[in-house]
Design a protein around this ligand. Structure first.
Ligand code: HGY
Ligand code: MN
Ligand code: MN
Ligand code: MN
Length: 411
């Protein structure tokens, strides 16, 4: 199996081609889940699956599966590779797409080499991994893993007021299969690290053994609109200032945390949003993460206590709504070891690590032994058009994925 390799050019070419689909008039990559832009990527991916001679299946939450099976192994629990091809706003071209296209590349290369797997091998592109338009993120894999009721997910209301299920129908990806119609034997997700660790340490492969917990909240603070010129500072109920206090509380507390807590306020809106009106309402989101569940809970409780105090002292009311809450996940030790063995056999440096980002693997780990492979991100940059991973790393990661898939498919 060690002489089986992927076609680095075909993989790189497809990553570039997919990266050109779904750009807005400013040239930004915006393949946000179930949008017309997302459909462009989906259609191209399905085309590649068909060209590779795979069976294509779409489930009711729009997850796309390319299935390599024959009558010797059809119906057996498959080895599943995958990730996502939806993107954030103004995204890079590797996040998610690399893992999906490398999964396809591994299958095609194994097929071309005449490899005969004892079980089917499947590549999956999960719906709405990013959660930018519909919360929570990792939604397609969460529903597939039975972690979210399908009807509830299809009824999700987007930031633009759209309904997820209606949008899936509109773009032609409201599939027939029930989520979970495939029971993976094992799941391996290849992904760019999106962080600085591998590059800083000069390491080629990350064998990801766990993934941190994630807590998403939407906060609405209501104060009283008033005149910016005539209202003394002591008489204000300023939703904007209250929001600013929450944001600095979060940043200061996360920075001082003994564990690698991270806190982000990525969206904020004021109402009525006028230069000379004290904001009556501030609406913003909080993304809080920590590898340790107890500590994540402590951070959430500290935030809730701070908000209660603030509401009383600032004369505002605060409403907090949970948008997503996922506990930290530990991946399958055997598959992590297979990744390390593959790297060693290929003469590649490798280290075990925790994933800071959320991934579909954390959902599939609920129903099948799962693990992840990381390759370095230049400058640790991601969720940014400057996201980049060198071709040599892209090929190395895909070859490790191929080797682990072949090993699991031979079980
Ligand atoms: O938010 C995340 O970590 C992932 O990119 N959805
Ligand atoms: Mn991703
Ligand atoms: Mn992402
Ligand atoms: Mn992910």
């Amino acid at each position: 199996m060690s002489n089986l390799t992927i076609s680095a050019d075909r993989l790189a070419g497809r990553i570039e081609e997919l990266g050109r689909l779904g750009r807005d008039e400013q040239g930004r990559l915006v393949r946000v889940a179930t949008s017309d832009m997302d459909r462009l990527g989906r259609d191209r991916f399905v085309g590649w699956l068909q060209e590779a001679g795979l069976d294509v299946a779409v489930d009711r939450i729009g997850n796309i599966f390319g299935i390599w099976q024959d009558d010797t192994n059809a119906g057996q629990p498959p080895v599943m590779l995958g990730s996502h091809i939806d993107t954030v706003i103004d995204a890079g071209i590797y996040d998610g797409c690399y893992g999906v296209l490398a999964g396809l590349e591994a299958i095609e290369s194994l097929k071309e080499a005449g490899f005969a797997p004892a079980r089917p091998i499947v590549v999956a592109a999960f719906t709405n991994e990013e959660g930018v338009r519909y919360a929570p993120d990792m939604m397609g894999s969460l529903v597939f893993a039975g972690g979210r009721n399908l009807e509830e997910a299809l009824a999700a209301i987007g930031t633009d007021g759209s309904v997820l299920g209606k949008e899936l129908e509109r773009i032609g990806y409201a599939g027939q299969h029930q989520p979970g119609f495939l029971k993976p034997y094992a799941y391996v997700e290849l992904h760019v690290e999106q962080g600085p660790v591998l590059e800083r340490e000069g390491i080629a492969i990350g064998a990801v053994e766990n993934l941190q917990g994630i807590s998403w909240q939407r906060i609405v603070i209501d104060g009283v609109a008033n005149h910016a010129g005539t209202t003394p500072m002591s008489m204000r109920q300023d939703a904007g200032v209250a929001a600013a206090r929450v944001i600095s509380f979060l940043a200061d507390r996360a920075s001082a945390s003994p564990t690698p807590t991270v806190a982000t306020v990525g969206t904020i809106a004021f109402e009525p949003n006028a230069i000379n009106v004290i904001p009556s309402r501030a609406t913003f989101t909080i993304d809080l993460r920590d590898p340790d569940e107890m500590h994540l809970r402590e951070e959430e409780m500290a935030l809730a206590a701070f908000i209660d105090e603030l509401a009383a002292s600032a004369g505002v009311t605060v409403h907090a709504e949970s948008l997503a809450r996922f506990e930290p996940v530990t991946f399958d030790a055997r598959i992590v070891s297979l990744i390390e063995e593959g790297a060693r056999a290929a003469g590649l440096s490798c280290r075990r690590m925790t994933s800071g980002a959320g991934h579909d693997a954390q959902m599939i780990a609920r129903i099948a032994p799962s693990a992840m492979i990381f390759v370095p991100s230049r400058g640790g940059i991601s969720h940014n058009p400057a996201e980049f991973t060198a071709a040599v790393h892209l090929a190395a990661g895909a070859n490790i994925l191929l080797g682990v898939a072949a090993r699991l498919a031979a079980d």
